[in-house]
Write a protein that binds this ligand. Structure first.
Ligand code: GDP
Ligand code: MG
Ligand code: K
Length: 300
């Protein structure tokens, strides 16, 4: 039987590219809902926010990397590192470029990083709606000179042109594998991941080097109450008791501030009043216990 031979495929695909090339827009287009935070400001996406695309035969987990760029700060340094880590462990990477902008130093820098991995790199020429089709050929030639890309796919992430073709092409890079997520999990509650990332971001900003980037935030409960207020209960996982103390702060001051700032961002994101409750739990070596979390980039 033909169907029995068709095994389920699954894998991880990173999206890399300079700020503002349209990485978040592409993920939103693929998932069909707003999950990544879009803005004209570069680097709104400080950490990897993923979207999961599930069909009958396959599942692709997308990592929206902060973009590989020349580091100018410690945070920038971390971002480059995390993007590089993501690249070596994924099944394929999409290198997004903006065809309306010339090939710049930022693109060359990323290509140099890409050359260090064996991961198949798909060059995605985004924003084709902004240029004449004939302008694409010289652009393609320019990029081909710099690297042997697995494929070159022109799209408009904003309008959705050729995005389905891109997804179809990506399937060939996925190994046989399990469905990591229920088909409806991420698409039903994409905002949970954004909220978790917002909370994580606040902690990392407020604790500086004391707390490793490996901390995880899990949204345990998220629902709209009768009065219209969104209730969110979230657990912050740290690895040691000492870290728990740091995250909580003196008399709970740091955790309170984390909650306050995260709540403000979440309210802006959701457009609803929000009640945010945070707990801190020690979960020793949790990174090794949960492959999916690890794969999603929660590591140092
Ligand atoms: P990121 O920084 O790479 O995540 O970029 P964003 O997804 O935040 O997009 C940056 C800007 O480019 C936003 O204003 C998007 O609306 C715009 N944009 C993204 N994709 C396209 C596209 O295909 N065509 C056009 N015209 N604009 C796009
Ligand atoms: Mg983005
Ligand atoms: K952006």
């Amino acid at each position: 039987d033909n169907n029995e031979n068709k095994r389920f495929r699954s894998g991880f695909v990173a999206i890399v590219g300079r700020p503002n090339v349209g990485k978040s827009t592409l993920i939103n287009q693929i998932i069909g809902q707003k999950i990544a935070i879009m803005s004209d400001k570069p680097q709104t996406t400080r950490n990897k926010i993923h979207g999961v695309y599930t069909t009958e035969g396959a599942q692709i987990v997308f990592l929206d990397t902060p973009g590989i760029h020349k580091p100018t700060s410690k945070l920038g340094d971390f971002m480059v590192r995390s993007a590089e880590n993501a690249l070596s462990e994924v099944d394929a990477a999409l290198f997004l470029v903006d065809v309306a902008e010339g090939l710049g130093g930022g693109d060359r820098f990323i290509i140099e990083k890409l050359k260090k991995t064996n991961t198949p790199i798909v060059l995605v020429l985004n924003k084709i709606d902004k240029v004449h089709p004939e302008a694409l050929l010289p652009i393609i030639a320019q990029y081909k000179d710099l690297h042997d890309f697995a494929q070159i796919v022109p799209i408009s992430a904003l309008q959705g042109n050729n995005v389905q073709a891109l997804l179809d092409q990506l399937l060939q890079y996925l190994p046989e594998g399990p469905q990591y997520y229920p088909a409806d999990q991420v698409t039903d509650h994409p905002e949970q991941f954004v909220c978790a990332e917002l909370i994580r971001e606040k902690i990392l900003h407020m604790t500086r080097e004391e707390i490793p980037h490996s901390i995880a935030v899990e949204i345990e409960d998220m629902r709209v109450k009768d009065n219209g207020v969104v209730y969110i209960g979230a657990v912050i996982y740290v690895e040691r008791d000492s870290q728990k103390g740091i995250v909580i702060g003196k008399n709970g001051a740091l955790l309170k501030e984390v909650g306050k700032q995260a709540r403000q961002d979440i309210e802006t994101l959701l457009g609803s009043r929000t009640f945010l409750e945070l707990w801190v739990k020690v979960k020793k070596d949790w990174r090794n216990q949960d492959r999916v979390l690890k794969d999603l980039g929660f590591r140092n």
